[in-house]
Design a protein around this ligand. Structure first.
Ligand code: AHR
Length: 498
């Protein structure tokens, strides 16, 4: 099979917001406890933050981290996580049927974010709480001094305000599993009033409203339309969450997840723009894909987990090579929507459906999942202008939809004067790739890697997976040529002049 790609300098989709490659850490399972925080561990610093985990996260360069949930936030009292640790309450976490010690809270999160070079995306509880808790939290975090909450922050050790810029108005409020689940009308009203109060305290914040929890939610569409009627003028982003699975064990269908992801994004854009038109508004609502990943391996064992444990093993999917290809495909889709999807959070970061895993004791203390590698490449190299990629390639059909055997994203990084190509082969055959560039002066091939040749069903513990240099990629007559291996994820960096 052959695949011909063409990239034009002028065919710009949009600038990739660096926050597209954010992530998420929830007070859930071992994400925090024995994940990023474990006092007494040989790798822990004086605050209990694991240095081995920080080192791994720095490789992923995540610029934004959502916290503290997720489902957890809808039953959370943020005040439980401030002040002397020995006075913090132990609570039932109803979302995950666990015991929350609150040893890790707001200050710990902010201090840790500084160590991993990320800005926080703070989610507020619109499940069991509302305007009052939100206005107090933002006063605590962002007001300088001289009031009850800001002075309490100073008393608790932070003289300077945290100046948290990005805030999420609740989490998955459309889901009946959510503590304090709401109708679209109820959520829309509450989100509007909460946003209003928060912006009075700090007019410089950016707000994300809680969109649909999955593309196939029964309320999808109507939910977005209704809540946008209430919050259109208050918010900057509308969120989307999406997880994929391979319960059918059908690789062609699983790899087609990126196309469903694409339609989900297109659908939400269409709804936002329809509300814009109806409101005669000039404002454009952008999207925050603030939970995305593969999630299914752990669901059966999690259902049998004993309730009310402290930091139990939960959502610890061990990812296969097939999962890594799906994550790569989803990342390509995000880059294709760089004009509207401005925030993304790979869910999650450590231990819980995560690229990074830890052992509470023993060696290696940290190990990488298969999905670590494509995510690391997009977060490090997917920076700049996303360019359209014209494709001539055969497609297969899933649910009456064409799924091209080759999917690709191209990014032009003007600072580095390079084009980065992310190319996935979804076929069981190798493919001859030919990529031409218009209005670029092609200089040389800088690097070319492939992630391929592994058993689709095995994890990184069962087979050691690594990025390899591609031996088949070359530049000939200003064209990039490569033989893409079956089921492969490929990244090429090309030095250019414009
Ligand atoms: O990321 C795991 C869970 O998935 C989150 O808590 C929730 O928001 C979503 O359903």
């Amino acid at each position: 099979m052959n695949a011909n790609l063409t990239i034009n300098y002028d065919d710009i989709i949009g600038k990739i917001d660096p926050r597209l490659w954010g992530s998420f850490t929830e007070q859930l399972g071992r994400s925090i406890y024995t994940g990023i925080y474990q006092p007494g561990h040989p790798q822990a610093d004086s605050n209990g933050f694991r240095k081995d985990v920080i080192e791994a996260i720095l490789k992923l360069k995540v610029p934004l981290i959502r916290y503290p949930g997720g489902n957890f936030v809808s039953g959370y009292n943020w005040e439980d996580g401030i002040g002397p640790k020995d006075q913090r309450p132990r609570r039932l976490d109803l979302a995950w049927k666990s015991i929350e010690t609150n040893e890790f809270g707001l200050h710990e999160f902010i201090n840790w974010c500084r160590l991993v070079n990320a800005q926080p995306d703070m989610a507020i509880n619109l499940g069991t709480r509302g305007i009052d808790a939100a206005r107090n939290l933002i006063e605590y975090c962002n007001f300088s001094k001289g009031t009850y909450w800001s002075d309490l922050r100073r008393k608790n050790g932070a003289e300077e305000p945290f100046n948290i810029k990005v805030w999420s108005l609740g989490n998955e409020m459309d889901g009946d599993w959510q503590i304090g689940h709401k109708t679209a009308e109820e959520y829309g009203r509450l989100a509007h009033e909460t946003a209003k109060a928060m912006r009075i305290v700090d007019p410089n914040i950016e707000l994300i409203a809680s969109g649909s929890s999955l593309h196939n939610m029964p309320t999808f569409g109507k939910w977005e339309e209704t809540i946008l009627d209430h919050v259109y003028d208050d918010i900057d982003y509308l969120s989307l969450h999406q997880y994929y699975d391979d319960y059918d064990h059908d690789i062609a269908k699983f790899l087609a997840s990126s196309e469903d992801f694409d339609s989900f994004i297109n659908d939400v854009i269409a709804i936002c723009d329809a509300v814009k038109a109806r409101k005669h508004s000039n404002k454009i609502i952008n999207l925050a894909m603030d939970e995305w990943n593969v999630w299914y391996h752990s669901k059966e064992t999690d259902a049998q987990q004993k309730p009310w444990q402290q930091a139990p093993t939960l959502l610890e999917d061990h990812y296969t090579f097939a999962d890594a290809l799906v994550v790569g495909g989803l990342a390509i889709t995000l880059m294709k929507h760089a004009d509207r999807v401005k925030i993304g959070c790979l869910a999650q970061l450590v231990n819980v459906i995560a690229p990074i895993m830890t052992r509470p004791s023993g060696e290696p203390s940290v190990w990488y999942q298969s999905i670590f590698y494509p995510f690391m490449q997009v977060s490090n190299l997917g920076q700049g202008l996303s360019l359209k990629v014209k494709k001539e390639v055969k497609a297969y059909q899933i649910n009456n939809r064409d799924i091209p055997y080759v999917d690709a994203a191209a990014v032009y990084n003007s600072k580095k004067q390079e084009i980065v190509l992310f190319i996935e082969n979804k076929s069981s055959d190798s493919i001859n790739l030919n990529c031409s560039f218009n209005n670029f002066d092609i200089q040389k091939l800088l690097t070319s890697t492939t992630f391929s040749g592994y058993n689709l069903d095995l994890t990184n513990e069962q087979q050691v997976m690594k990025l390899r240099t591609s031996k088949t990629t070359s530049l000939e007559d200003d064209c990039l040529r490569a033989q893409l291996e079956p089921y492969s994820w490929n990244v090429a960096r090309i030095k250019v002049e414009v």
